[in-house]
Design a protein around this ligand. Structure first.
Ligand code: ZN
Length: 330
């Protein structure tokens, strides 16, 4: 039988039951975690807890009319948005807003759930941001994602982040360590891929190991605003980026580096991907402004999008290098 969310995430359901019971739900939550950790189930469970007619200490009965309608996605005060094709479009966010502007259909309390929030286009994200900044009435938003590092930092900063623990990630790190991978490298690989097969292949891949050394050299130059970083794109990074998959992996690694800078700034050391460099990154961090660190992450994210357009990958990386240099000196 399928595991219930109270079995899958007992601590989190208890936490949210308390919030519902004391009427302390925040305006926006970001549920982050790999597939299978129960993000969607948890959002629906909290919605049931809010609307249930027979709740006990914040726990929904799961049997009443409201509980049943929410589990069937058939409760007008709980609105759900999913990607329409490859992305969540600004029209969908506008629809969502209009739903909430309508006077309370069955009461004033309203919840919305955005699946795959990382798939929002920039204009959709900006439209949502305005909404999150001026929440109208008694509204709670649940943004769900399995790719936290692809969500705009401006969105992350408006939400309470709830990370759903992934046994699979921890298991993967343990397995890799069991195979002789250092804990630091295992942690990095687990941040880079959800597939243990791919992680093991990367660990064996000498070109990948060499890329990591070159990437670190390049990133150090970026942080020092050293002009050699620009040249390094061609000599250090491009030799690895021979196909689409490798190009994507390279951008993902740069994203993790810029994200680590931001995480260290917020004191979230436990989430860092490049543990082996965290001391050096922390030291460099002292001179970087918070807005510069945020813009650096956004620059890498927009590079990801540009790649869809037909621009030479080297040009993309060179432009990114200049951008990063300037944000980190801001
Ligand atoms: Zn109920």
């Amino acid at each position: 039988m399928e595991q219930s969310i109270t079995e899958l995430q007992p601590r989190l359901t208890e936490h949210f039951a308390k919030l519902v019971d004391t009427n302390k739900l925040a305006h926006a939550y970001l549920f982050s975690g790999p597939r299978g950790t129960g993000k969607n189930k948890l959002a629906h469970w909290v919605a049931q807890a809010v609307f249930c007619q027979n709740k006990t200490a914040g726990y929904p009965c799961l049997k009443c009319n409201d509980c049943r309608r929410i589990s069937q996605n058939n409760q007008p005060d709980v609105v759900e948005i999913k990607p329409d094709g490859a992305s969540i479009k600004v029209e969908q966010i506008r629809y969502l807003k209009s739903e909430f502007v309508k006077s309370g259909i069955e009461g004033n309390r309203k919840l919305f759930i955005i699946q795959n929030a990382e798939k929002m286009t920039t204009s959709a994200a900006n439209s949502l941001l305005k909404f999150l900044e001026e929440p109208s009435g008694d509204v709670t938003a649940f943004l769900l994602t399995d790719s936290l590092n692809q969500i705009l930092p401006t969105i992350v900063s408006r939400c309470q982040l709830v990370e759903l623990s992934s046994l699979t990630t921890k298991k993967m790190i343990n397995k890799l360590v069991g195979l002789g991978v250092t804990p630091e490298k295992a942690n990095l690989l687990a941040h880079l891929t959800n597939s243990q097969k791919e992680a093991s292949e990367l660990e064996q891949d000498e070109e990948f190991t060499q890329l990591l050394a070159h990437l670190w050299e390049w990133f150090n130059q970026v942080l020092r605003n050293d002009w050699r970083a620009f040249v390094g794109v061609q000599t250090k990074l491009m030799p690895y980026a021979t196909d689409n998959e490798r190009q994507e992996r390279l951008i993902q690694l740069i994203l993790l580096l810029t994200r680590d800078i931001l995480l260290l700034k917020y004191g979230k050391n436990e989430d860092v991907a490049f543990i082996m460099y965290s001391e050096e990154l922390s030291q460099r961090n002292l001179n970087i402004s918070e807005s510069g660190a945020i813009r650096a992450v956004e620059a890498v994210l927009s590079t990801k999008r540009q790649r869809a357009v037909n621009v030479s990958f080297q040009n993309v990386l060179e432009a990114l290098t200049l951008n990063l240099c300037s944000w980190y000196q801001e």
